[in-house]
Design a protein around this ligand. Structure first.
Ligand SMILES: [Zn+2]
Length: 302
């Protein structure tokens, strides 16, 4: 699987290198013709692009080849999702964690330090979202920005700030540390990391509408219908999803993703059709890793 992942994430670079070789050949063949300069130019551009990708490929290859440090495994083992996996599944999860860490930069604001554990807790979210469909990838937002607490509209740290996390299409993913550090370990259907990364699947140049960009067309109609029904159920107090999910279809999707990976048994009982759709999209059923008895559902029947 390591090889397929490497190819999936860097195939554009190989195409560029092939293109460069082809153009170089044409340059030599057409040396005396009027097109030689154009061919040469195309060869140079292709080689530059291919070379840039080749560097990425080598970096990824190195990251995926090196054995998982024991300290990393100790952090991952505290995450219920990973703890419930068998050896092969763990190996795939670890590969995706390393892939995410190799492709993203982590920075901190106002003294928030991107420690190894914090970076792993974010990478685990990406690994969960990609586990069943590892070759799709998340839209590339290169930087993860840690905040020491919630923040306001001007991105100032504020004890009562309305934001714990935020996603920008081409920009950074903002994550507040208290949520990053605690929410994997309490299975109440709230998980900031999963929530914000789920928005990445959905965001495009027109914003987010709750429908992932790579959703198979055959699922779109049912998906849209389900989103509407779920929001209605939330408004009537007939859903385990928290009320925030009813504010917008994109929030409904992101909150559902949190529940899908944290309280899958509760979600499947409450909204079986929606759960089946999410399973089809993510190509997995997290119930096989997570114990039903450990699910907390504070929003249910309230
Ligand atoms: Zn959101």
């Amino acid at each position: 699987m390591r090889r397929q992942i490497l190819l999936a994430y860097t195939h554009a670079g190989f195409h560029a290198l092939l293109f460069a070789l082809l153009c170089a050949g044409m340059t030599v063949l057409g040396w005396l013709s009027q097109w030689a300069i154009l061919y040469g130019l195309a060869a140079g551009l292709g080689a530059a692009y291919g070379g840039w990708w080749l560097r990425r490929w080598l970096r990824l290859e190195r990251a995926l080849r090196s054995p998982l440090p024991q300290t990393w495994r100790a952090v991952l083992e505290r995450i219920p999702l990973y703890a419930g996996m068998g050896p092969d599944e763990r190996e795939r999860f670890e590969l995706l964690v390393r892939l995410f860490l190799a492709r993203h930069r982590f920075e901190g604001v106002d003294g928030a330090i991107p420690t190894e554990e914090r970076r792993l807790l974010v990478a685990a979210g990406a690994a969960a979202l990609l586990f069943g469909r590892p070759y799709r990838g998340l839209p590339h937002t290169p930087t993860i920005l840690f905040y020491p607490g919630p923040f306001d509209e001007q991105f100032r740290i504020h004890r009562r700030g309305p934001f714990w996390g935020q996603v920008h299409g081409q920009g950074p993913v903002l994550l507040s540390l208290p949520a990053v550090e605690s929410e994997w370990f309490c299975r109440d259907g709230q998980n900031l990391v999963l929530h914000e990364l789920a928005h990445l699947l959905d965001l495009d140049s027109h914003g987010a509408d709750g429908i992932p960009r790579d959703l198979p067309p055959a699922l779109v109609r049912r998906w849209r219908l389900c989103l509407g029904e779920i929001q209605e159920a939330i408004r009537k107090g007939q859903s385990p999803l928290r009320p925030y999910a009813a504010t917008h279809p994109a929030e409904c999707f992101a909150v559902s993703v949190e529940a899908f990976f944290e309280i899958p048994h509760t979600l499947a009982r409450a909204h079986p059709q929606w759960y089946a759709l999410l399973s089809e999209y993510f190509q997995l059923d997290p119930r096989r890793w997570l114990n039903a008895e450990e699910e907390a559902d504070p929003f249910w029947n309230t």
